[in-house]
Design a protein around this ligand. Structure first.
Ligand code: 13P
Ligand code: SF4
Length: 302
């Protein structure tokens, strides 16, 4: 048996023994897909975490995703296999800085991308993901919206809404580095391919896209499209997931690697299950406030 096969079989056995599920983000390593009970984007994973009746949730994704699972399903033991799997964009907004911004714009609603800490979510009116950001913003009564922390996503939403968007100065280092020159070169190289972009990309890149999608929406789009080739502007691991879900079609990535997403290895998942670490814990006061922002988002249907 090779190493991965052995690890996978040990993980599957332990999952059964402990009544555990593995929730896996689309950007995870392909070998992590093998132990997944559910794979998806941030919104789908939040919904899956909310409704699971397993005793243990092993979250293979970055920190804010595991935190969201705990916020939504606090009686479960949520394990995050590698503490270094932290989204750097989520760290660009702090409670103190956000409170200052709220004082500057007291009439504005505050929308937080799900890529934020629980403490920041607790300060916001409503959460959103890449799959529903425009719908969330348009659901609000307020005319002005402070949008944290992704400036690119904020600007992409601003282009579609009548509301005044006040963006935060954060960005994802992976998506922000997908420059327009690279996108144009790929389009020239693959003239028959459709161009699909994640909304964390720069607005000028999004403007070139045939479709703007969350990671899981990319799968649905590629399945339904009559095109047989696609240029994918997001984290490069997404093409593994697309190739698996949409066999027979070709996917060309123009994105780099999210080093934090790749920090989780099969060996970490096995240790997490064996030693029940690293457990996600949150102060109850913060959890309850953050849950309000997530619940309000989850009430908005597709
Ligand atoms: P999705 O919710 O579209 O999967 O995006 C998560 C993310 O971190 C993108 O960088
Ligand atoms: Fe965060 Fe970007 Fe990695 Fe997504 S791809 S987890 S936004 S750093």
């Amino acid at each position: 048996m090779d190493d991965n096969k052995e690890l996978i079989s040990k993980i599957k056995k332990l999952k059964k023994e402990k009544n555990a599920v593995c929730l896996v983000h689309n950007y995870q390593r392909p070998e992590i897909y093998e132990i997944a009970d559910f794979m998806g984007d941030s919104l789908e994973l939040a919904r899956a975490a909310e409704k699971t009746d397993a005793d243990v949730i092993v979250f293979c994704g970055v920190d804010f995703m595991a935190e969201s699972a705990k916020i939504l399903n606090p009686t479960k033991k949520v394990l995050h296999p590698n503490r270094l799997a932290m989204c750097p964009m989520a760290q660009t907004v702090t409670v103190e800085k956000l409170r200052e911004k709220k004082k500057e714009f007291p009439d504005a609603a505050v929308v937080c991308y799900i890529n934020t800490t629980a403490a920041v979510k607790a300060e916001c009116d409503i959460c959103c993901t890449s799959a529903n950001a425009s719908r969330v913003v348009d659901s609000l009564e307020e005319k002005r919206v402070i949008f944290v922390p992704d400036k690119n996503l904020a600007l992409n939403v601003a282009a579609k809404t009548k509301k005044e968007i006040i963006p935060w100065e954060g960005h994802c280092y992976v998506h922000d580095k997908i420059f327009i020159e690279k996108a144009k070169a790929a389009i020239e190289l693959h003239p028959d391919a459709e161009f699909i972009a994640h909304p964390e990309c720069r607005p000028e890149v999004v403007a070139l896209a045939d479709a703007v999608c969350s990671t899981s929406q990319m799968i649905e789009y590629a399945k339904k499209s009559s095109a047989s080739e696609f240029i994918i502007a997001t984290e490069e691991g997404m093409v593994n997931r697309l190739s698996m879900e949409v066999p027979g079609k070709k996917f060309y990535t123009i994105g780099g690697t999210c080093l934090q997403m790749k920090k989780i290895h099969l060996s970490d998942v096995l240790t997490a299950l064996q030693e029940e670490k690293f457990e996600v814990t949150l102060p109850e006061e913060v959890r309850l406030k953050a849950k309000r922002a997530l619940d309000r988002m989850l009430e908005i249907k597709k």
